[in-house]
Design a protein around this ligand. Structure first.
Ligand code: PHE
Length: 455
């Protein structure tokens, strides 16, 4: 059997893990989630979730990949036999679905980065998105027919992904992340600096950080914090297991997990500052409170931000370009990580070359993604995203942690494995987080979701 691929350097692995974690979620999801769930007060449940679930699970997944040296299904197979393989496939399935629509969003961001220079979207940015870009205006709800303008950027996204994935772990994924991540940080810093120097920025920051302590008594705020940490750190998606399976034997797992976790949160905080500073500017221009303009997701990036860019005094084309370019870079590094889960899974399961696995795996994802680039594709995208967020992430996380802690009883083994090679030692506290805190919170989360959805 061919020698297993490996990361070239420690920094390369960390860049790749951070690249996976830092994605669209950090830029367009976190600021709004924090704002809606208590502003400054949200940092308490957020930090709690990071320290009791996010980083402990990251350490666990890094240990699994490093110890069993396989894609997610193979790692679970080696951990507990044939009957455990499905846990890995479940994560891979969710990753596959996400990759099909994540690519489309990156394609829109590419388009918008070019539009920025001419402010092509005009004054009615919402009408432009739904009419010109998504082709929904005439017959809302109608489905089918390719939207021509999105096809080319989508093709470009997949070509870039293919080139990187085909080049392999070290010469492809590692190299790309070593270039993309520092570039992203530099570009995004420029965006944030410009945003905080805008008129009214303080108003936005005030809204973002103002702590609403009463929210801490609300269980949905805690659930939001845990949910966000899972999505943001890309845990329970088979990704971190796959990436850590390429670690050399001598690697500091625990330290790497802390660095990845804190780097991701640092970026998220920066995004919160930048986004809300810009929203403060927007609110000031419109003479409205920040709550009127605050939003997240597609609406924030492709409707509100173009408006902000329209209103900006000077250099707005460049600001717009840098903002959308940040989305492209953050998105691409996450997309690559999601694709790698099924590429590794397929090539090991069916004993095929990396090339074949890329062509088959990413090939089919790219074909399916065309569906989201058709008229009405936004509805599929919304539905897929909702489904994944509601039932994918928390459910896999719960099952994975519960089985490992309570059924396979592997935590002690993992603890020894991690401690042997890491500077920071984990112990009882780590096991308590995974045995009790995470299953209880996630269990409650699932219960709550089912209750909401079934009633
Ligand atoms: N962590 C990424 C983000 O914050 C999202 C992601 C989720 C990426 C799942 C890959 C897989 O946007």
């Amino acid at each position: 059997m061919a020698q297993r691929s490996q990361w070239g350097t420690r920094a390369g692995f960390i860049m790749a893990a951070v690249g996976s974690a830092v994605g669209l979620g950090n830029i367009w999801r976190f600021p709004y989630v924090a704002y809606e769930n208590g502003g400054g007060a949200f940092f308490i449940p957020y930090l709690f979730a990071l320290l009791t679930a996010g980083i402990p699970i990251l350490i666990m997944e890094f240990t699994i990949g490093h110890k069993y040296r396989g894609s997610a299904p193979l790692s679970f197979f080696r951990m507990k036999g044939k009957g455990a393989e499905w846990i890995g496939w479940w994560g891979i399935f969710v990753s596959f679905v996400i990759s099909t629509y994540y690519a489309v969003i990156i394609a829109w961001a590419m388009k918008y980065s070019i539009y920025s220079f001419n402010l092509t979207w005009g004054d009615d940015t919402g009408g432009f998105l739904f009419g010109d870009v998504l082709n929904l205006a005439d017959n809302p709800g109608e489905v089918g027919g390719l939207v021509p303008g999105v096809f080319l950027p989508l093709l470009l996204v997949w070509v870039i992904a293919f080139v990187i994935l085909l080049a392999g772990v070290k010469r492809g994924i590692e190299l790309a992340n070593r270039i993309f991540i520092p570039t992203l940080v530099a570009v995004f810093l420029l965006v944030v600096i410009r945003a905080v120097t805008l008129d009214g920025a303080a108003l936005g920051l005030d809204a973002f950080f103002k702590p609403d302590l009463s929210k801490l008594a609300d269980s949905t705020v805690w659930v939001a914090a845990y949910g966000h940490i899972f999505f943001s750190l890309s845990i329970a998606f088979a990704i971190m297991i796959t990436y850590s399976s390429y670690l050399p034997k001598k690697s500091d797992i625990t330290n790497n997990a802390f660095i990845t976790g804190f780097a991701n949160s640092g970026f998220e905080l920066l995004a919160g500052i930048g986004i809300f500073a810009a929203l403060g500017f927007m609110a000031t221009q419109a003479g409205e409170p920040v709550s009127e303009v605050a939003s997240a997701g597609v609406g924030l990036a492709f409707v509100v931000f173009p408006k902000i860019i329209n209103e900006m005094p000077g250099m707005n084309g460049i600001f717009g370009f840098l903002f959308f370019f940040s989305l492209v870079l953050a998105g691409l590094t996450s997309l690559i990580s999601i694709c790698e889960t099924y590429i590794a899974g397929l090539s090991e399961k069916f004993n095929i070359s990396r090339r074949k696995a890329v062509l088959f795996g990413a090939g089919s994802a790219s074909i399916i993604s065309i569906l989201f680039a058709t008229r009405g594709g936004l509805y599929f995208l919304d539905a897929a995203d909702y489904f994944i967020n509601q039932f994918g992430v928390a459910a896999i996380g719960l099952v994975e942690v519960f089985l490992i802690a309570w059924v396979f009883r592997k935590l002690k083994v993992f603890e020894n494995h991690a401690n042997e090679i890491s500077d920071i030692k984990v112990g009882l506290l780590w096991r308590i987080c995974l045995t009790f805190v995470t299953p209880i919170v996630l269990g409650y989360m699932m219960f709550d979701l089912l209750r909401i959805n079934l009633m």
